[in-house]
Design a protein around this ligand. Structure first.
Ligand SMILES: [Zn+2]
Length: 456
């Protein structure tokens, strides 16, 4: 009896002083850094498969690969969850140039925005009207816009330290630019790429036509920041210049694909779930290493760490590779729908979809009580330089799982270089650092471990 009391006291004191937790977390980081698999997985996903836009052959190859790798981890369950997704195809590479009043032309780099219609087969040529926002459109009115190409050129705000805030402050131009410009009879839309870098790379991303009838849809493209600066400066000197662009993209009927899911079933609460995930699809210009190959392999690594370190979780731990985050969010929507229909209680849902850069911490959408509990774990993370714990936005794919009494979390890596690569041709494997990627995976596994042990 005495022995039992001593043992209980010991285990309590260990938790009080964080020793047991700290030691386990140390083991997690050690395994991720010394024998981690995330970087090798990313190499295969990025270099052997590559860009994997929803509905593409590569996206299907990624589904097969994901399932195969999860099968090898020896989880309790691995399965594919069917979901219908949009299929948009870029087609032949886009082409664009600025033609000065003198007749001299200068090529610029553009890419069609995801979901855009093609130009007519000969391309679009028109005068250009530069705007910074939708209020500018209103001020110009139909008289100033009809038949012209609207050029959205509001840059990301460089003095915002969180570059996601800068992105959020600009992305309406890309997402809503065409539908807004079409109201005034514009013939097309060119949008400054969503990046703080000044370079030659156009950055893709999704756009919408809202309820606009097919006949009124106008082509919409991103232009590189160098191209945008050139166009803007030329416009100031030469009001007679025109812009030409041609793009060949096409929207097809929805196709069937899958979310890929693996699970370690919980020992005490098998019907309560802690999930980690990212999105398996990516844009097509690069190989999607940061967005979101990194989140996929980090999430896989969380379950590998649990298996390797023989951690038997109390809750069921799932890895979810969501399909179609980029241009539809259908995978996340379907996953949440099925979870609700089955009455599955999702206690914590953690997403990594902010790049594979040095992890700084996490953002939480949860009650104040849970957040205070999380703050008490800060000393455990201190040796790993994980210090950012804030309440706020978490992630697109876990959003549909949010309820009044559960927790959604987003991994928060350093964001300074993320938009240099985001949705562009340089979102590639060489841009991901092995240690930074592994530290992110270890941080995620540690947080999942703490939530599993201590609850929310
Ligand atoms: Zn993403």
């Amino acid at each position: 009896m005495k022995k039992i009391i001593v043992l209980i006291a010991l285990s309590l004191s260990c938790h009080v002083f964080g020793q047991t937790d700290a030691e386990m977390v140390k083991e997690i980081y050690k395994s991720a850094l010394l024998e981690g698999k995330s970087y090798n997985w990313l190499e295969t996903l990025s270099l052997d498969i590559g860009g994997r836009l929803s509905g593409s052959l590569n996206a299907e190859r990624a589904v097969d690969w994901g399932k195969e790798e999860l099968d090898e981890l020896g989880l309790d369950k691995v399965w594919l969850q069917p979901v219908m997704v949009p299929k948009w195809v870029r087609g032949a590479k886009e082409f664009a140039y600025i033609r000065a009043g003198s007749g001299k032309t200068t090529d610029v780099n553009i890419c069609a925005l995801g979901g855009s219609v093609a130009t007519n087969p000969l391309g679009v040529t028109a005068a250009v009207v530069e705007v910074k926002n939708f209020d500018d459109l209103k001020a110009l009115g139909e008289a100033g816009i009809k038949g012209k190409i609207v050029f959205y050129n509001r840059p990301m705000q460089a003095d915002l330290i969180n570059t996601f805030d800068a992105y959020g402050g600009c992305v309406d131009q890309r997402y809503m630019g065409a539908v807004e410009a079409a109201k005034y009879g514009a013939g097309g839309v060119i949008v400054r790429s969503m990046t703080l870098n000044i370079d030659d790379l156009p950055h893709a991303g999704s756009m919408t036509y809202g309820d606009l009838p097919v006949s009124e849809r106008i082509p919409s493209a991103a232009i590189s920041t160098k191209g945008a600066n050139l166009l803007s400066s030329m416009l100031k000197l030469d009001k007679t210049l025109t812009f030409y662009f041609k793009q060949n993209c096409k929207q097809f009927a929805d196709v069937k694909t899958y979310n890929v899911i693996g699970e370690i079933t919980g020992s005490q609460y098998p019907d309560e779930y802690i999930i980690v995930g990212g999105h398996l699809d990516s844009w097509d210009l690069g190989d999607g290493s940061h967005d979101d190959g990194a989140g996929i392999v980090q999430s896989m690594e969380v379950l590998r760490l649990f298996k390797t370190l023989k951690i038997k979780p109390k809750h069921s731990i799932r890895v979810v590779m969501f399909m179609n985050e980029e241009n539809g969010l259908r995978g996340a929507t379907e996953y949440a729908k099925v979870a609700t229909a089955k009455g599955e209680k999702h206690v914590v849902s953690l997403e990594s979809d902010s790049g594979g850069f040095t992890p700084r911490g996490f953002s939480f959408d949860c009650s104040d009580a849970t957040f205070n509990k999380v703050l008490s774990w800060k000393p455990i993370f201190k040796p790993y330089l994980i210090h950012y714990f804030e309440q706020g936005g978490t992630g697109a794919d876990v959003g549909p799982l949010k309820t009044a009494d559960n927790v959604t979390v987003g991994l928060r890596p350093d964001s300074q270089r993320y938009f240099d690569h985001h949705h562009a041709a340089n979102d590639t494997f060489d841009a991901v650092n092995k240690r930074e990627l592994e530290l992110g995976a270890a941080s995620m596994a540690s947080l999942v471990y703490l939530f599993d042990i201590h609850g929310i």
